[in-house]
Design a protein around this ligand. Sequence first.
Ligand code: N2P
Length: 352
Amino acid sequence: MHRVLVAVFLGLTPWLAQAADSITVYNWNDYIAPQVLEDFTRDTGIAVDYHTFTTAEELDKALNSGDAIDVAVPSHNQLPALISAGRIRPLDFSQLPNSRHLDKQLLSKLAAVDPQNRHAVPYLWGAVGLAINTPKAEAAYGGPLPDSWSLLFDPQQSARLASCGISVLDAADEGLSLLLNYQGRSLARSAPSRIQRAGKILDALRPNLRYVDSERYIDDLAKGNLCLSMAWVGDALAAAQAGQPVRFVVPQEGSVLFIDNLVIPATSSQPALAHRFIDYLMQPKVIAQVTSETLYPNGNADSAQFIEAALLEQPGLYPDQETKRGLFPLDVLPEKHTEMRNQVWQHFRQGS
Ligand code: N2P
């Protein structure tokens, strides 16, 4: 009896292995509705080996490692380097019928970093801003707060807030772009020596910060353990939804936008299944569910009807016209400046 069972089991294994289609997906932390992954597997029979990363460097490392990855989610400013290094493949739009729902304005912005939109389709996007726990921050600051990045970048102001907890995203391009913009300059047009000087300013702020991290702050904001964070919009709105008096503010100096994209890495061993996953996410109803849960705007022009009105009108989620005027897409850093950026940021992140 035992022997027969073993034989049946061995006989079945190769068949099972073939039937169990599976793809490997790399996405940012807190950037999906988990139900969507379950529904995808139920509807298609394709299992998802789902991994998350918290920084752009982590994703770059995974994409450079040679590991088979079927779908990844780089930000728009990472695309030129990924395309020129041959790390991502052109998409086959005949396998992506739902791409007809994509927002044309967003696609034309993306064409600046992915000519003719050949390699990437927008997933979620959003603004970087300040998440402020107003009662805590005002108490520590000693009065009303200016609507300015000075709360973070002016060491005297951030010193006043240090006691109630400040955090900064572990995102070099965002952090340096915002600081240089605050100084009336631009990261993309800064020589390495300028980037190095910006690093010194960041280092001087470092003692006022609890940490530089893009994941820990989500929980800490939602528990009231921080009063000021450089934040990605959805992470800040999540704290408000959790019941904290946290506002998401795009300060008067303006801020940066990111557009995160679905791409198929060159290492994918299942490009047909990867296309099915991407197409699944472009269904208006599915991506609406992702926006409703993550609180990030999406790149789909037909999804609004599936998002609750209260959420669509929530200040901050989809920026209003006036806020939009002060938002510019993160610049692409020239390749020859990336080493200085990495060096400066690593020093700042570690705080030593
Ligand atoms: C959400 C991650 C936002 C991604 N936690 C920013 N590119």
